[in-house]
Design a protein around this ligand. Structure first.
Ligand code: SAM
Ligand code: SF4
Ligand code: SF4
Length: 368
């Protein structure tokens, strides 16, 4: 059987450091640039039922593409164990992503386990999911019952044809809109929409998305197309800077800037002048936010990554399944974060893009 040529699912791993300093500030591990670890993204599956051109282009992720076997994925018990170690050391927020996280069987059970955890300062752990929304109509109630408070649904166009072209599997827009409604009806308190903007693909109809959600509690956030992974054919020319989108929106729906909710927030927040409701922009290319990046990533098969653009991770699964104690795992992660220097978006040039394209990790594996 013909196999896909790129194999992003088995990137090289780095050796877990057995010695080295662990830096702390208050309850958080701190990296070499003084950034505390507060935020963990977990990719719960590398599979997806969509083939968005900017993430898992069909010709690269064909039907016979080798996804990870179920035994390679961290189990919910393993994820809970790792989560507790992270939380003990300052993580306040965990986002479940993928691939498509709602495809992971029993995902609501993981949400329930994580939602019952308390952070270092006695607050409920902030658990969120990013989803393509295709299974949300079915899953919203179970997720809400499991304690999910925040959900982000990716939706790049309100034009049914463009939407189908973007997901490249003919998935109808209507079903995703039904999913968002179901999330509202189930009472999930925070619902956000992620819109990846790509030049000449969906940049001419962004106002339709703003208009559709205007006046509702759903917050729309526009994301600059990023050079993640090695398969999406990223070019700087395809990026529409957030500034241009703000200008476009401001002409029709006047907006004004808002202060960040907290240090390290990735989205720049704005609000509509008429009703005060929020709208956001994630400008990783035109206005990098590495200086305050407090986020670690855990891949589907248990490797930790210090940056979305990292080329290698550290294999924690080996420790989890090899009899390491919680203390040993904790020390290893502490050393990895303490040695972290990553700030890729600040040093991105066409040369780094070319160089990294050779061995960058796909977003579906590392968790978007
Ligand atoms: N499947 C889920 C979804 O689409 O929401 C979760 C995983 S997806 C990788 C997470 C987020 O990354 C989505 O909002 C998606 O739009 C965004 N994303 C994927 N590829 C991207 C790229 N090249 N540039 C910017 N955002 C991207
Ligand atoms: Fe799947 Fe999400 Fe990637 Fe689209 S962005 S292919 S929905 S993982
Ligand atoms: Fe964080 Fe890396 Fe993105 Fe910078 S490029 S904000 S370090 S994930």
């Amino acid at each position: 059987m013909k196999k896909s040529k790129i194999i992003p699912i088995k990137p090289e791993s780095k050796t877990i450091p057995l010695s080295g300093t662990i830096s702390r500030k208050d309850s958080h591990w701190v990296d070499r640039r003084g950034r505390p670890l507060r935020d963990l993204r977990i990719s719960v599956t590398d599979r997806c039922n969509f083939r968005c051109r900017y993430c898992m282009p069909k010709e690269k992720f064909e039907k016979d593409h080798s996804f990870l076997a179920h035994t390679e994925l961290l189990t919910f018990e393993e994820l809970e164990r790792v989560a507790k170690i992270f939380i003990k050391n300052g993580v306040e927020k965990i986002r479940l992503t993928g691939g498509e996280p709602l495809l992971r069987k029993g995902i609501e059970n993981l949400v329930a386990k994580l939602s019952s955890l308390k952070t270092w300062n006695g607050k409920n752990l902030d658990v969120a999911i990013t989803t393509n929304g295709s299974a949300l109509a079915k899953k919203a109630k179970a997720l809400a019952d499991a304690g999910l408070k925040r959900i982000t649904v990716s939706l790049d166009s309100m034009d049914p044809d463009v939407f189908m072209k973007l997901n490249d599997v003919g998935f109808p827009l209507e079903k995703v809109l039904e999913g968002i409604k179901a999330a509202e009806e189930a009472g999930i308190p925070s619902i956000k929409i992620n819109v990846v903007v790509k030049k000449s693909v969906n940049d001419d109809k962004l106002l339709d998305i703003v208009k559709y959600f205007k006046g509702t509690k759903v917050i729309v956030r526009f994301i600059e197309f990023m050079d993640v992974g090695a398969t999406n054919g990223w070019r700087m020319d395809d990026v529409i800077p957030s500034k241009a989108i703000v200008e476009q929106i401001n002409k029709v729906y006047p907006v004004e800037p808002l202060d960040p909710n907290y240090t390290g927030e990735v989205a720049t927040r704005w609000r509509f002048k008429d009703d005060g409701r929020e709208i956001g922009f994630i400008s990783s290319v035109s206005e990098p936010f590495c200086k305050e990046c407090s986020r670690m990533r855990l891949s589907v098969d248990g490797k930790i990554y210090n940056c979305l653009f990292a080329t290698t991770g550290f294999d924690i699964r080996q420790m989890l399944r090899g009899g390491a104690t919680d203390e040993e795992i904790e020390e290893a992660i502490g050393r990895i974060w303490s040695a972290r220097e990553d700030h890729y978006s600040e040093i991105r040039t066409s040369e780094t893009v070319k160089e990294r394209q050779k061995n960058k990790i796909e977003m579906s594996y590392i968790g978007g």
